[in-house]
Write a protein that binds this ligand. Structure first.
Ligand SMILES: *[C@@H]1O[C@H](CO)[C@@H](O)[C@H](O)[C@H]1NC(C)=O
Ligand SMILES: *[C@@H]1O[C@H](CO)[C@@H](O)[C@H](O)[C@H]1NC(C)=O
Ligand SMILES: *[C@@H]1O[C@H](CO)[C@@H](O)[C@H](O)[C@H]1NC(C)=O
Length: 339
């Protein structure tokens, strides 16, 4: 069985470019990803992770339904305000949700196993406005969403299941009210608390490490590779300079997407196609927040020139030796003939 939440865990950072620390300057996203697997009418496996930007904040232990915080400060921040109340009630929410899904499964005569995913949270903008969101999916497809503005559930697919779920949830007026509060006020204040307690972690900066090397898929082709890794936060600029001029985007330039490393840093590579020995100089330039106003410049050193000269000298030397040897042999023979 695949773990969809693991999949989401890996890809969430990719979906949220440029979201990082300073609440004064950047938008912040707090989101919760929950995956529920219902194998049969009497079982439910719940897993859940919460992120602030690309930082995991807490996760649910699927065995005991207990919350594990990734950082001591995340626990501290969650001990304040609405979050404390919510945390003391989330097991009740989970139990109700499990019961509701089984009830719907029976009414809609769904076949087990069922996978229900919930993606909920809020975005807090630098101007202190925020908007909440909640999406529910079933079997890997969008089912319904909560529209914060109109305070109502919206179908995300045309099916009797989506209609049934929307109808039953709409009839539970209390849920709408609670959700509205959770996704706006509680979520927003939780972001501010997390930013307050987790400032050091959220403002963490890791320097990029860059290496330049070449690949020669064919004798007429030279691919210059600039590999940059170990940096944090995610936004970065990597460019190739040809004779000091930035190479514009085009078919010769191929820059990968930014991929996460296991240690909460990122990596990417930029590949430039060039002709071997074209007489140009090439340099990879990296700019990143951790470097301040400086740039990292890594020149491409064409090591292939040195061996070429070396071989040329060796060949010349061999030719010279052979000629001398030939001359000596010829003289010897002449001498022999003479005697
Ligand atoms: C339901 O699924 C759980 C977990 O997959 C399993 O342990 C249990 O035996 C199943 N129960 C029935 C009645 O099939
Ligand atoms: C606040 O900022 C967001 C994102 O920049 C923008 O969409 C929104 O309209 C702003 N709201 C107000 C009231 O200025
Ligand atoms: C860029 O690199 C990717 C992955 O290596 C490759 O699939 C793609 O064809 C490349 N694009 C160009 C224009 O070279």
């Amino acid at each position: 069985m695949q773990h969809p939440h693991l999949f989401l865990f890996l890809f969430v950072p990719l979906l949220l470019p440029g979201i990082w620390a300073d609440p004064e300057a950047e938008s912040q996203v707090l989101q919760l990803l929950q995956t529920n697997l219902f194998t049969n009418i009497s079982s439910a496996e719940v897993s859940m992770v919460a992120f602030l930007g690309d930082l995991p904040i807490f996760a649910l232990d699927p065995a005991y339904w207990s919350i594990h915080f990734h950082w001591p400060w995340a626990r501290q921040a969650t001990d304040e305000g609405d979050a404390k109340t919510i945390m003391s009630h989330y097991k009740i929410f989970l139990r109700n949700m499990v019961r509701y899904v089984h009830e719907i499964a029976q009414r809609a005569q769904l076949d087990y196993p069922l996978v229900v995913q919930i993606h909920a949270g809020c975005v807090l903008h630098p101007n202190r406005t925020s908007w909440g969101f909640m999406h529910v999916g079933e079997g890997g497809r969008d089912l319904i969403s909560f529209d914060m503005e109109r305070q109502r559930w919206e179908l995300q697919q045309q099916s009797s299941l989506a209609e049934l779920v929307t109808k039953t949830l709409t009839s539970k007026k209390a849920i709408t009210g609670i959700l509205e509060h959770l996704l706006s006020i509680s979520c927003q204040s939780h972001i501010l608390n997390l930013c307050k307690y987790g400032r050091a972690e959220l403002e963490r900066q890791e320097l990029p490490v860059a290496t330049v090397f070449a690949r020669t898929p064919s004798p007429a082709q030279l691919l210059l590779v600039c590999r940059v890794t170990g940096f944090y936060p995610r936004p970065i600029s990597v460019a190739w300079l040809r004779d000091g001029q930035e190479v514009p985007p085009g078919p010769a330039l191929n820059t990968s997407t930014i991929l996460p490393n296991a240690d909460l840093t990122y990596q990417l590579r930029s590949i430039l196609a060039a002709a071997p020995h074209d007489g140009h100089s090439y340099t990879c330039r990296v700019r990143h927040r951790s470097l301040g106003t400086r740039s990292l410049l890594i020149p491409w050193e064409d090591h292939s020139t040195a061996p070429t000269i070396g071989i040329a000298i060796t060949v010349l030397f061999l030719v010279a030796t052979a000629s001398a040897g030939g001359f000596w042999w010829w003289k010897q023979r002449k001498g022999d003939e003479a005697t």
